[in-house]
Design a protein around this ligand. Structure first.
Ligand SMILES: [Zn+2]
Length: 80
């Protein structure tokens, strides 16, 4: 069961379910994760992730680090 409502930590407006591209530059490795489920504030555009999703992001980033590719582009749906 998904959370029905999520409020923006910045402005308190309602954040709607959306998909985003998560990018993190670790210096040696740039990790791009596409189609990540998130909540996006319709007021200020702030993006919030579920705890589960954030754990998966950390796993994907950890795996990408060990591959030592300069750029890793991962489809969230294929690994989570
Ligand atoms: Zn907001």
């Amino acid at each position: 069961m998904q959370l029905m409502n999520m409020n923006c930590p910045h402005c308190g407006s309602k954040a709607e379910k959306n998909l985003t591209t998560y990018t993190i530059d670790l210096g040696e490795v740039l990790v791009v994760i596409r189609r990540v489920p998130c909540y996006q504030c319709d007021h200020c555009g702030e993006i919030v992730y579920d705890a589960d999703v954030f754990q998966n992001i950390e796993k994907i980033v950890g795996a990408a680090k060990t591959m030592k590719q300069e750029v890793s582009i991962v489809d969230y749906k294929k690994v989570a």
